[in-house]
Every structure is written in structure tokens, then in C-alpha cells.
Write a protein of this length. Structure first.
Ligand code: MG
Length: 474
């Protein structure tokens, strides 16, 4: 009652005095009756330059999109900067090792649009994404739209997704393969567990066996451990889908791998969840044999044993082994996740938010999985900008398990952004409460990671004009 009466009470003498000061002092130079010409406009802009613009989200418009392409974070990460007519800046990130052009070709579709209409804009641009890195532009822009919407309405992104289930996000630290399992266990302990991480992922695969006699069948035609450019050309091992290499692991090879995993498990201890990835390219039968060989070491999941689109083969593997199966880091949009979940083909899903459709689409994917009792871990291999998009989505999605972290060993990684630090404390990332994603690019530090072939947010006028009829139906 008191508040309602306050609204109608007359101003006090002091308040009248303050209003007179504003009118005569600040606006004294203006002739309020004159036409609203350019000079007056400039004067008004000067007077109101410190007025917070969060209050005008309905008039917010995108005016520019630019890119700075970072490297070594640990991979290549094009950072997206979306500018607006109200001075608000939104940050996004194209997926690791994807072309910045995936984002830039969206510019002509977004100029002049209100970034707060995130889902409307997403539906307009999602036709320009596809599985894997081709999704990078759509998803990176979507992150930046949420950042802007959050800043415009002065709320953190997780709040716009329906609020949060948790205040901190469990991170899982990826660790590339090391030939000697004892050294691998030592590294996991010293650089992961001793820093507080409570969830690990190790890589091990047939690369360990390639130079050892009697461990692989059919591998002699492939240059398995070849690192040169040819390894990525069509017809190379890298570009040949798993069932088509006809590589098989022998009993001796399986014994070697089981012993390798056993030594690492012994070094890490039985209490820490430890997932595994990057096994190599072999068929579904060998995948099942491998799964059975490492069963007793209780791995948290076996990842990407075959390509994600072989739904029937995934079901075959999941039905045959007891260790949880998982895939999804290259899937674009919810439909293919729905297919895997409906077929009961995997035990867990693993979207990369920078490929799966951005923040809201990934929450939808998580929610669908949750309704079917399927947990969601999240793949991530970018800078702290993209990490924060993941953190907000993970906070707002009930069945979230753990978010990948590839930057643990990169010096200065967290300093790429300004925010409350550290970003990760004892293996958990506190969910930011600042508006939007909750971090800003730290230009001074980020510039040190700028790729030599990239310019720092250079003009992108060549992408201003739309030159295509976009409707994808008739
Ligand atoms: Mg993976």
C-alpha cells in the first residue's frame, strides 16, 4: 500500500530543486522548442552518453560482425564480435579449427536485426550450418546473440534458459595419449588430479600398436602414425570411415591395450571417473572386442568407437558391452540426437555446443535426452568465450554430467577473458552471474594468440550484401 501511495505523492522541495538544476543546468544550452536538428541530436547524445542502454532492448540492432582468429587455445578459434547501435558488444566463437567464413557469411542476414530475438534469428540462419565444423558459424553467432540479449536485459544467459540446476560446472580434463602408461598416469595425477579435477578423459588407440609386431591385422596398407598433410587427403587412413579400413586388433594387441589401461587405472585409482577416446578406425566387431577387453577397468564411457551416423552399429556395440557408450560431438541440430536416443543406440550423448546448434538447441537436446534417462556430457575445445556459452547451457540443463576442458595445459588460457577469476576452481567452473555470458574479451592477452594470417577484428564490408534467396522451401 505504501509503495502505491508513494507513486502519487507530490515532489518535495529538494526534488523540485534537482529538476530545475537538470533543466536549467544540463539542458540550458538547448532550445527545447527548436527543430530536432543535427546539433541538438549531438548535444543530446553528449548529455545522455552515460545513460545505461540496457533499458532499450526493443530498439537494439546489429550493426557489424567482425572476427579475430586466435590460434593455440589450444586449437584455432575464430572469435566473433557483434556490434550494435547501442554500444553493446556480443562475443561468440566459431568451433575449433573451423573457418571464420562460416560466421561471416551470416553477416548480411543479421545486419539491422534485433539480436534479442535469438530463436527467430537462429531459425533464419540455421540452414547455413551442417555437421562438424560447418556448424561453427551458426552456433558461434547464436552464442553472441545470447550474450547481447543478456546484456540488453541485464541478466545472465542461464536465467533466460529457465534458471539453473547448479552453481558450478564440473569440468573433465582431456589428456592426449602418452606411449608409456606409467608416465601417462603420472601426468594425469600431477596435472589433473592434484589440481582438483574430479573427472578425467584419456586417449588411447591403435596408434600405440602400429609399430609393434603381431598386434594389428590389415594395418600394413595404412600409415597410421603419419603426421604429414597427406594423412588428411581422401583415401588416407584419416579420411577413411571406421568400417572401411578393415583393420582388426589381434588378441595380442587387445592384451597390450588392456594392460595399458590397467596401469593407468591403477595410477589414477578406482574412485575417479575416467572416460576414453580416439581409439582409431576399425569396424564394429573390433570395437566390441576392444570394449570387452577394457571392461573391468570401469571407464566412464567409450567415445566415438564408430562414426555417429551409424545408428545401428552403435546399438550393436551398446548392446554387447557393459561400459557406457557415447557420441555426438559432430552432430548438428537435435534431430540426429533424437534418432540415436529413440533407437537406444548410446548410453550417453556428447554434443559440442559449437556444432550442435548453440546454447538453446543444446539445451533442447539435453532435455530430450533427460526425458529418456540419458545423461549429457559436453564436448568443448575452444577459448573461454565458448566455454562460458557451455557453462550457461550446462547450468540450465538437468542431465548435464561434465564439460570437457582442452585448455588446462595452455599458459594464459583463462586470461583471454576478463571476468571473475579463476574460471575453474578445483575442477569446477563457477556459473557467472554477470549479464550475458559474463565474460569480456581481454584484448591485450587475446592479441598474443592472434594467428599470423588474421587481422584484429578487421572490417568485413565485403560480407554486407545478401546475394541469395534464402528460403529453403517452396
Ligand atoms: Mg572426442
Amino acid at each position: 500500500m505504501k509503495n502505491i501511495l508513494d507513486r502519487f505523492k507530490l515532489p518535495t522541495a529538494a526534488e523540485n530543486k534537482r529538476r530545475d538544476f537538470l533543466k536549467n543546468g544540463l539542458l540550458g544550452g538547448l532550445s527545447l522548442g527548436m527543430a530536432f536538428d543535427g546539433n541538438v541530436q549531438k548535444e543530446m547524445e553528449f548529455i545522455t552518453q552515460k545513460v545505461k542502454r540496457e533499458s532499450k532492448p526493443s530498439e537494439l540492432k546489429i550493426t557489424d560482425i567482425r572476427i579475430a582468429h586466435l590460434g593455440g587455445v589450444p586449437f584455432n578459434s575464430p572469435i566473433i564480435k557483434i556490434e550494435t547501435n547501442q554500444g553493446l558488444v556480443g562475443w561468440g566463437e566459431v568451433r575449433d579449427n573451423a573457418s571464420p567464413n562460416y560466421a561471416l557469411m551470416l553477416k548480411s542476414r543479421l545486419l539491422g536485426q534485433n539480436p534479442c530475438n535469438v530463436e527467430k534469428l537462429f531459425k533464419e540462419i540455421k540452414q547455413f550450418g551442417n555437421h562438424g565444423r560447418a556448424a561453427g558459424g551458426v552456433c558461434g553467432v547464436e552464442m553472441a546473440l545470447w550474450d547481447l540479449a543478456g546484456k540488453a536485459y541485464n541478466v545472465p544467459v542461464y536465467q533466460m534458459l529457465g534458471g539453473k540446476f547448479r552453481d558450478e560446472i564440473r569440468m573433465y580434463a582431456d589428456t592426449p595419449e602418452i606411449d608409456d602408461p606409467n608416465n601417462f598416469a603420472k601426468k594425469l595425477k600431477e596435472t589433473r588430479l592434484d589440481k582438483g579435477y574430479t573427472f578425467l578423459k584419456m586417449d588411447f588407440g591403435i596408434g600405440l600398436l602400429a609399430d609393434k609386431p603381431g598386434m594389428l591385422t590389415g594395418a600394413n596398407v595404412w600409415k597410421l602414425n603419419q603426421k604429414d598433410k597427406k594423412a588428411k587427403t581422401v583415401g588416407s587412413y584419416n579420411m577413411t570411415k571406421h568400417p572401411f579400413t578393415r583393420i582388426q586388433i589381434t588378441d595380442k594387441g587387445l592384451e597390450y591395450i588392456a594392460d595399458y589401461v590397467g596401469k593407468i587405472r591403477a595410477g589414477v585409482g578406482p574412485d575417479i571417473p575416467m572416460a576414453a577416446d580416439h581409439f582409431g578406425h576399425f569396424d564394429v566387431n573390433t570395437a566390441i572386442r576392444l570394449g570387452k577387453a577394457v571392461e573391468k577397468y570401469q571407464l566412464a564411457w567409450l567415445e566415438d568407437l564408430v562414426p555417429w551416423f551409424y545408428t545401428d552399429q552403435w546399438k550393436q556395440i551398446s548392446d554387447a558391452i557393459e561400459t557406457p557408450t557415447l557420441t555426438g560431438e559432430d552432430i548438428y541440430l537435435k534431430e540426429e540426437f533424437i534418432k540415436l536416443i529413440d533407437a537406444k543406440a548410446v548410453d550417453m550423448i556428447h554434443p559440442d555446443l559449437a556444432s550442435s546448434g548453440g546454447i538453446l538447441e543444446t539445451k533442447k537436446i539435453g532435455d530430450y535426452a533427460e526425458e529418456h534417462g540419458i545423461p549429457m556430457a559436453m564436448h568443448f575445445a575452444g577459448s573461454p568465450i565458448s566455454m562460458m556459452a557451455n557453462v550457461h547451457c550446462a547450468a540450465a540443463t538437468e542431465n548435464f554430467v561434465a564439460l570437457e576442458h582442452h585448455g588446462v595445459d595452455v599458459a594464459g588460457w583463462e586470461d583471454i577473458v576478463t571476468s571473475d577469476k579463476p574460471l575453474v576452481i578445483n575442477g569446477f567452473a563457477p556459473v557467472p552471474t554477470k549479464p550475458g555470458l559474463g565474460v569480456e574479451l581481454n584484448e591485450e592477452v587475446a592479441k598474443k594468440f592472434l594467428r599470423k594470417d588474421s587481422q584484429w577484428f578487421a572490417p568485413t564490408d565485403q560480407w554486407n550484401t545478401k546475394d541469395s534467396w534464402d528460403r529453403d522451401w517452396s
